[in-house]
Design a protein around this ligand. Sequence first.
Ligand code: A2P
Length: 359
Amino acid sequence: MPGTSPAKLTVAVVGATGAVGRTMTKVLLEKRFPMTELRLLASERSAGKTLTVPGWGDLTVELATPDAFEGIDIALFSAGGGTSKELAPEAAKRGCTVIDNSSAWRMEPDIPLVVSQVNPDDLAWHEGIIANPNCSTMQLMPPLMALRDAVGIERVVVDTYQAVSGTGHKAIVELEEQVKAHAEGRPKVASVYPYPIGFNALPQIDVFLDNGYTKEEWKVVTESRKILHLPDLRVSCTAVRVPVFMSHSEAVHVETIAPLAPDEARELFAQVPGVVVQDDPANKVYPLAEHAAGSDLVFVGRVRQDPSIPGNRGLAFWVVSDNLRKGAASNAVEIAEVLVERGWVRKGSERAVAGGTPA
Ligand code: A2P
């Protein structure tokens, strides 16, 4: 039937040996994604090695080349921006739909940038490449969507407390090593970050731009506008790397258009699929990075009125989510699930030609 996705799919993970790539494979299996074949791709550094995948045995890692994408229906990419720039169009040319976790394609106007429960309809017009948002943007979107839809939003200030796993496997190892070095009275050696991350807080994630913001901070600004379909939304961000292994935390301040009480906000947040409100300060209940790790949910708490904005139009809250899962791998798999459910695995233009689904 035109526009209908094949029931069984060949799926590839590109960057399969990395922190996000391994999580992508894990999430595909956990969600029992309807695939008949799973292919693991990476660079020449790990091509030929095997990875043990529960239920699939030992799979040999293949070299990611343009021709490797022949016969692959969906490829989840997390192998860095350069690899995505080079290989995603080659994959798309070969009929493969790419869900790309890098920043290479996110701000291209003709490429959908999608949070699964926020703007899934944008997937309808994909042409073979779909972008997965930055992890810090990702967890911010479901609560902001709830506020946008109920009362409108004018301005957002977000400060992030980001886990080292977002930098990749080597950063996890570096933090572990620095904790050991500290305990043993040795100097902490930094190679991944400009300064030791152990027992520190680094107000630099990625490179600095001419406007004084870092690239990571500016991603939150531009990606939020695109995902929420609010091109004029005023956003400011300070992104900080902290010595946490898993889960990003965010302090969020929102100026709404209509007034909103914290109780109403809690109700709105709780209604969003995939969002859980943990907010009972009297009993020390609030979202924590350690608790969020391993979950696909976005946890929201510490919801309160921001008295610095007049007219009850200011709201402050704390958002925590596992950066490798909802912040990257799980959202990518959720996008793939939407594509299958709606019959949108193939490009929008091909489906339109076939007389199928809406463009
Ligand atoms: P490899 O293990 O072969 O280097 P992380 O972000 O955790 O460091 O992981 C990066 C992932 O991206 C790894 O799986 C890495 O594979 C993969 N990767 C890096 N460069 C390329 C490339 N040029 N082609 C394919 N995969 C790549």
